[in-house]
Design a protein around this ligand. Structure first.
Ligand code: SF4
Length: 218
């Protein structure tokens, strides 16, 4: 299995080499808010909703904690579940202001396990949101499993078909070394968007069709 995982990463690396995503340099609070907005929402609408929000408000916990809920909702309307998300954003901002003095950077000093647990205690923050913030804002070694990563990992036989979030997350992390977690996350998303689509995967064109146990080429 390790050899298969290694080969997959090598092929993906050759195909998506030009992608340049950096970990550990984004603002934690803004990353958290963007990830809450992205839940069950496509990238385009997430970006639009985040842009609306950041145009109307300074992206600081104390500002969003005191913002009128109807105004947050209006900014998020383009994203799904905007009422719930507006409530979660206001609530989470209040807690960050109260519990962390408005600065999530304090999490840097916690262990990976403690920081993940601390983030997941915040309202609206599940394991995927926590892992995105940990990887992209704090540079911690963790693989966020979004819908693409989940589908691709299962089709490639790197995670059990019926595995839940934690199972897929742990399966991938056991197959790759921590220095490669960011690449795995980015490459799997890229493959999922370009070839390994949910409904009609483009197996014939997919660079992994030589190693994939789920390929369908008729
Ligand atoms: S060969 Fe098909 S099923 Fe396998 S990873 Fe590529 S697109 Fe997905």
């Amino acid at each position: 299995m390790e050899n298969q995982a290694k080969k997959i990463l090598q092929i993906l690396h050759r195909n998506f080499l030009s992608l340049k995503w950096k970990k550990g340099n984004r603002d934690p609070f803004q990353t958290l808010i963007a990830t809450i907005i992205s839940q069950n929402t496509n990238d385009k609408n997430t970006a639009k909703a985040y842009e609306n929000l950041s145009k109307h408000f300074k992206m600081l916990p104390k500002v969003l904690a005191n913002a009128e809920i109807s105004k947050i909702e209006a900014c998020l309307k383009v994203a799904g579940l905007y009422r719930n998300k507006a409530r979660a954003i206001k609530h989470v901002s209040k807690i960050i202001e109260k519990k962390f003095g408005g600065d999530l950077k304090l999490i840097t000093y916690l262990s990976l396990e403690e920081s993940r647990k601390t983030l997941m205690e915040l309202p609206g923050v599940g394991p995927k949101t926590a892992d995105v913030v940990l990887l992209f804002a704090f540079g911690k070694p963790t693989i966020p499993v979004d819908t693409h990563v989940n589908r691709v990992a299962k089709r490639l036989g790197l995670a059990p078909k019926n595995g839940n979030y934690e199972t897929v997350h742990k399966s991938l992390q056991s197959l790759y070394c921590p220095e490669d977690y960011l690449k795995v996350h980015i490459y799997f998303i890229s493959l999922g968007r370009k070839y390994c689509k949910a409904k009609r995967p483009l197996c014939r064109k997919c660079p992994l069709n030589v190693v994939c146990p789920s390929k369908k080429i008729t």
